[in-house]
Design a protein around this ligand. Structure first.
Ligand SMILES: [Zn+2]
Length: 86
């Protein structure tokens, strides 16, 4: 397992969502902390990526790659994500 900061997600989330969500403020469902996703702790393994809140350690987001180009993006610990309108 490799521990990275939230900035490591920038390219991956841009590929999946079409925008860099690491620059966005997010709110943790577990503790209510609101901060940039870039400040979260990213744990990368061969099985997938788990992103944890830097305040409480709760799971904010998961990314798991499967066969045939499929990816599952889970957001069990994000109660809000701030996005900019164009
Ligand atoms: Zn938290």
């Amino acid at each position: 397992m490799t521990l990275l900061d939230g900035n490591a997600l920038a390219g991956r989330l841009d590929d999946l969502l079409g925008w860099d969500a690491t620059a966005s403020p997010v709110r943790c469902t577990h503790c209510g902390l609101a901060d940039l996703l870039a400040t979260a702790a990213v744990y990368a393994t061969a099985m997938g990526t788990v992103v944890r809140c830097h305040g409480c350690g709760g799971v904010l987001l998961t990314v798991v790659d499967g066969a045939e180009g499929r990816t599952w993006l889970g957001m069990p610990g994000l109660s809000a994500v701030e996005m900019r309108r164009a």
